[in-house]
Design a protein around this ligand. Structure first.
Ligand code: SAH
Length: 248
């Protein structure tokens, strides 16, 4: 089955862009996913094809019009009725690996890309459009955010990644960052690969990797570690953490 991506944008020429090469590009050529950019301007109603107007209440920049965006969304929903519609915006729900998994389980996705100051808020009341953010920073447009979302989805489609298991142990899949990686040469600029990884003892290696994943998550991403503790029903700030710190 082909995972169908529709992208509503003022810059259709940005797609597939970087998704046309490597893993995603091969998958596109093989028909594992399809890429349909749709020009929002085609839904404009005046002779200037305008899609934006000045912000109500004043202020800098321009705002994308709800009526034009709704017409574009309606068109996309009619073409792909089963696909969820996301609008890229820093005001949206944060994108997570769990949401990516949900999306790839479906038939495809429609992504609305913002420009200027953003979109008229009434769109979100009037249409089943879910606001989605890729992180706490501001991009110049939603297109690069859409590319991020699609990249995360495409690599999970059946048959896209080389080794079927390689997606399972990645960072975030278990609620932790992944363990660190090493490869030859064994000795580089005076630094060696951790001895345990060359021991051939698979149980010991697995235990070492698990401990590294936990330690790195705790130190680098206390927010993730806190949530991981909640999922396991124990507070990482309590007994578990004290035990870990003694070991170090
Ligand atoms: N004035 C807005 C930012 C507009 S940036 C604000 O402060 O919230 C222009 C467009 O870039 C947005 O409409 C959105 O589509 C996209 N964009 C910018 N940052 C983004 C982010 N972190 N996640 C998703 N989309 C983003």
């Amino acid at each position: 089955m082909t995972f169908a991506a529709q992208i509503l944008t003022l810059y259709p020429e940005m797609f597939p862009g970087p998704l046309g090469v490597s893993l995603a590009g091969r998958a596109l050529a093989e028909g594992k996913w399809s890429c349909s950019p749709i020009q929002i301007r085609d839904f404009a109603t005046d002779k200037h094809k305008s899609v934006d107007d000045t912000p109500a209440g004043g202020g800098a920049g321009m705002v994308m019009r709800a009526d034009i965006l709704a017409a574009a969304v309606d068109h996309a929903m009619a073409a792909q009725p089963g696909a969820p519609v996301f609008a890229m915006t820093p005001r949206g729900r944060p994108l997570t690996q769990a949401l990516v998994r949900d999306i790839v389980a479906g038939p495809g996705v429609t992504i609305l890309c913002g420009r200027f100051e953003g979109m008229d808020e009434r769109l979100f009341d009037a249409r089943p459009v879910v606001p989605l953010s890729i992180g706490d920073y501001i991009l110049s447009g939603g297109e690069t955010a859409a590319i991020v979302l699609l990249d995360a989805c495409i690599r999970l489609l059946p048959g896209v990644m080389g080794a079927p298991s390689s997606g399972d142990v990645e960072s975030f899949e278990s609620g932790l960052l992944e363990y660190p990686h090493y490869t030859r040469p064994n000795l580089w600029e005076g630094r060696t690969i951790p001895e345990v990884l060359r021991s051939g003892d698979h149980a010991k290696i697995a235990a070492w990797r698990q401990r590294q994943a936990e330690d790195d998550t705790r130190l680098r991403r206390p927010d993730l570690w806190e949530r991981h503790g909640d999922v396991r029903g124990q507070s990482p700030s309590g007994a578990q953490r004290q035990k870990k710190e003694k070991r170090e």
